[in-house]
Design a binder for this molecule. Sequence first.
Ligand code: CIR
Length: 258
Amino acid sequence: MRLVALTREVSPSIGRCELTHLTRRAIEVGAAMEQHRQYESCLADLGCEVHHLPAEADLPDSVFVEDTAVVLDELAVIMRPGAASRRAETPTVADALKPFRRLYTIEPPGTMDGGDVLSLNRVLYVGLSSRTNTAGLEQLEAICRPFGYAVKPVGIKGCLHLKSAVSQVGPNAVLANRAWIEVNAFKGLEVVEVDPSEPMAANALLIGESIVYPRAHHRTRRRLEDRGLSVTTVDVSELAKAEGGVTCCSLVFLNEMG
Ligand code: CIR
């Protein structure tokens, strides 16, 4: 399996990031950059070829490349982020994806953040968050249905993105915080629940059979390991102050068309 992980260096202006559910705390930019480097080497250790875009000084949230595109085996959809401050992030990501995939785009009045799209077994679960609207959802469906994908809206509340509340941890398994999503939408899949004391713990990044996971969430990590899942931890505490997690910092995809 040849995997590419597209990443972008932490912006020196990350301290001015968008925040929705968190109170602003000072971000130590040097530490955030170091954590991001560790994250990238973790992806490389798991077999990804890391394509690293240079920092964007004036785009505070640009390290969170996941929100700019949804990359599927056959195509990529360039998002129109819900936060206007993030829309200038997409052209450089589109350029980077062009050699790998045919590109489609979400157009106004549609808005959608990639963090709201969970692709699993040819279903695209889409969180109707403050960043993603129904026009965006309809466009995604029109683009992806001809390729054999079903699109399923999921109501969310209390968190930024769908993948803050649910992420894939196995071929038929998700990790979820049921307080933030309609968990019934995931009927038919195994649902591992976060430890109730760790509401932010539902964002995990599955690479092959390994789960890249924030070091902070000890209890939920134990739940994953008790199920025989293989977990590699990374310290993303500075990036978490910007409301980012482990899926947000990369776009991981097969290095060939499906
Ligand atoms: C934002 O509010 O857009 C950024 N501060 C955090 C984005 C995190 N991305 C993600 O969960 N996919």
